[in-house]
Design a binder for this molecule. Structure first.
Ligand code: ZN
Length: 133
């Protein structure tokens, strides 16, 4: 499988950045008509999720609930001071697989792929690999 990289600049400490278009571009460039698209975030304080991209309040609500579940000022030992970001990234995970059908990511009508920034703003990398059947 050939892997390519998407560069993402995030704009705040926590943010869901939609990368659906960039992922679809990589699928298109791969020439694969039927297969799988793997998306991977090689970071420890950013993750990846697939969720609704129609109503931006959904992303806002996800971030708000993660902040409630994993407070920034928790009882942490990690000296870097960003343990909440590490915990949130582990909760959402670092990868996703999207089926490729007819040369496109077969996402649901309301689904988008999001880089989840938990310790920004930073420059982040996302790896995309597309494999045919
Ligand atoms: Zn850290």
């Amino acid at each position: 499988m050939k892997w390519t990289q998407i560069d993402v600049s995030t704009g705040s400490r926590t943010q869901l950045v939609e990368i659906t278009g960039a992922v679809a571009d990589e699928v298109g460039k791969s020439g694969v008509a039927s297969g799988t698209c793997h998306v991977y975030v090689p970071h420890t304080t950013a993750g990846l999720t697939i969720n609704e991209n129609a109503d931006p309040d959904v992303a806002r609500d996800i971030l708000a609930d993660l902040a409630r579940l994993v407070p920034a000022g928790g009882d942490y030992r990690h000296a870097e001071g960003n343990s909440d970001a590490h915990v949130k990234a582990t909760l959402v995970g670092f990868s996703a697989m999207v089926p490729v059908i007819d040369g496109r990511p077969a996402l649901g009508t309301w689904q988008g792929v999001f880089l989840c920034e938990f310790d920004g703003p930073r420059r982040r990398r996302v790896l995309v690999g597309v494999a045919g059947e």
